[in-house]
Write a protein that binds this ligand. Structure first.
Ligand code: PRP
Length: 215
């Protein structure tokens, strides 16, 4: 039996996914210990777990360096990789939103060449240009995106809102909701053919464990 490799988005999603892998009988004890290691092996179940940056999970899975990935829908939408999205895990729930100063609510259509700062330029472009037919200027940022409207870099941002605390504490508001988000279980297309039984058993186990929590 060959090893199946799972790419986990480092951070909270990896922690939550690990708990599910443990509950379906995988040995993730090595991963639970705090360390700087990036690759872990469960010899008994012939599984490998790798910790990767969230935005790289779809890349590892598309190229087959990982058979399975656990990653947020935001990353999947932004990366548009060629893979199978199998299960909505129902955790890591949040929303992709257009945010800005509250006085802009309901007025975005009036602004020509709206300046949009985002870590998600593809999602932002698709939403404004394809769905709303509005021309925008995209400014790609890599974090602390909320600063955009505060320092006059952009009119609005397209970003993830979870509790809303970051917006509140910076005097910003949700202006429009782009889409709901949550963690997903994704699979490499060739792996799905070659290791169908093992992967589908895992998919079914994940579906049972997360039943009722998906959108
Ligand atoms: C994310 C997101 C928001 C914040 C939303 O940032 O980009 O800034 O969390 O969460 P909240 O609604 O619960 O406040 P992250 O923590 O990933 O840091 P970043 O600034 O580096 O993107």
């Amino acid at each position: 039996m060959r090893y199946l490799t799972v790419a986990l988005a480092k951070g909270r999603l990896a922690e939550l996914a690990m708990d599910i892998f443990i509950s379906i009988g995988m040995d993730c004890s090595e991963m639970k210990e705090k360390s700087r290691k990036l690759i872990f092996t469960d010899e008994k179940n012939k599984m490998k777990f790798i910790l990767v940056k969230a935005s790289d999970v779809p890349t590892y899975v598309e190229y087959g360096a990982a058979d399975i990935g656990i990653v947020g829908k935001d990353t999947l939408l932004e990366e548009s990789r060629n893979l199978y999205e199998m299960v909505d895990l129902g955790f890591g729930k949040c929303r992709m939103c257009v945010c800005g100063r509250p006085e802009l609510k309901g007025r975005l259509d009036e602004i020509t060449n709206l300046k949009v700062a985002s870590k998600y330029p593809n999602i932002a472009r698709k939403y404004f240009q394809d769905e709303k037919g509005q021309t925008i200027d995209i400014i790609k940022l890599n974090g602390s995106v909320e600063l955009g409207p505060l320092v006059g870099l952009s009119d609005v941002i397209v970003d993830i809102v979870e509790t809303g605390a970051t917006l509140r504490e910076n005097g910003l508001d949700v202006l429009e909701v782009v889409c709901p988000l949550s963690a997903r279980f994704v699979v490499n297309k060739v792996s799905m053919k070659m290791e169908k039984e093992r992967i589908m058993d895992m998919v079914k186990a994940f579906m049972q464990k997360t039943e009722g929590s998906a959108e």
